[in-house]
Write a protein that binds this ligand. Structure first.
Ligand code: RIB
Length: 306
């Protein structure tokens, strides 16, 4: 029987700089402090899903260095199963420089390192995990051919396939056709379509690209769920953001866990918004992510007063 969530993706060691504002081109600014944290979109999503209560396997590469060790420790202590992680002698662990401004916004620069080696040979080695996964999740911080192959196989094996198109790039139709749930933010959605889409254009995109469902995250405004027939807006609780790093990853991981428990996509999205509200209230990526007991179950969102 198919069981659990399989995440194929990146693991980065994050260097996080607190700054008054995100530097503009040509500008030099002074940081207030620097922290280092385990991160990377793939690892973050795996950790978020495991902490939310999912059985999670992670397929990835890290370097044989102290950053890789710290990532393995963070994932292991969160309950992520790491038999699919390759430790490479000749590659450094992926790294990210993250600027977090006083208003909680961020800007991220990634140096892939070992993430570039998440290749089809690794998928072959870990094919059993892909065959058995109930939900298979990818992002775009590893080579695109690997993402295409992973989701193509998972789709053929009958898993629910989830793609977070981040960092955004143009995607082949053959890939999108294998995606059951696409989870972009507003910037990524606009980049994929070519402009900020209307609700009608969102539905038309889902039909044209044969994507089952699009869950468009809207930051502090919640999310919307797009199918070929309808667009449903789900508002979220208003919360003061301290650091939005990893908020989207928490959303995705918690959503995958809840879907694996056979909740509807709407209920899963409510759970995921509650989880990411906790992440943005704390500093960092993985260390900010909540465990299941902290996440309100069946929350009622605060509806905006108009
Ligand atoms: O989504 C947040 C993550 O993006 C960070 O942890 C960073 O490593 C980059 O991958």
């Amino acid at each position: 029987m198919k069981q659990g969530i399989v995440v194929i993706g990146s693991a980065n060691y994050d260097f996080v700089y607190r700054v008054a504002h995100i530097p503009r081109p040509g500008e030099t600014i002074i940081a207030k402090e620097r922290m280092t944290n385990p991160g990377g979109k793939g690892a973050n999503q795996a950790v978020a899903a495991a902490r939310a209560g999912g059985i999670v396997h992670f397929i990835a590469c890290v370097g044989k260095d102290s950053q890789g060790e710290r990532l393995l420790e963070s994932m292991g202590s969160s309950g992520v199963k790491g038999s699919g992680i390759r430790i490479l002698e000749d590659q450094p662990t992926g790294m990210a420089n993250i600027y977090v401004s006083d208003d909680g916004e961020n800007c991220i620069l990634v140096l892939p390192g070992a993430n570039e080696k998440v290749d089809i040979a690794l998928l072959d080695e870990q094919d059993e995990l892909l065959r058995n996964g109930q939900i298979v999740v990818c992002q775009l911080e590893i080579p695109l051919p690997t993402v295409c192959e992973a989701l193509k196989r998972a789709h053929a094996y009958g898993a629910v396939t989830v793609l977070n198109p981040s960092p955004v790039q143009l995607l082949p139709d053959e890939l999108l056709q294998c995606v059951d749930i696409l989870i972009p933010n507003e910037t990524e959605m606009a980049a994929l379509i070519g402009h900020t889409p209307s609700d009608e254009e969102l539905k038309a995109y889902a039909v044209q690209k044969q994507i089952g469902t699009i869950v468009l995250t809207l930051g502090g405004r919640g999310c919307c769920i797009v199918t070929k027939d309808q667009v449903t807006y789900l508002p979220c609780r208003s919360i003061e953001a301290v650091d939005t790093t990893g908020a989207g990853d928490t959303f995705l991981g918690a959503l995958a866990t809840r879907l694996g428990e056979r909740y509807s996509i709407e209920e899963a999205a409510q759970f995921a918004m509650a989880a990411s509200a906790i992440t943005v209230s704390r500093i960092g990526a993985q260390q900010a992510m909540p465990y299941r007991a902290e996440i309100p179950q069946g929350i009622t969102p605060d509806l905006p007063t108009t």
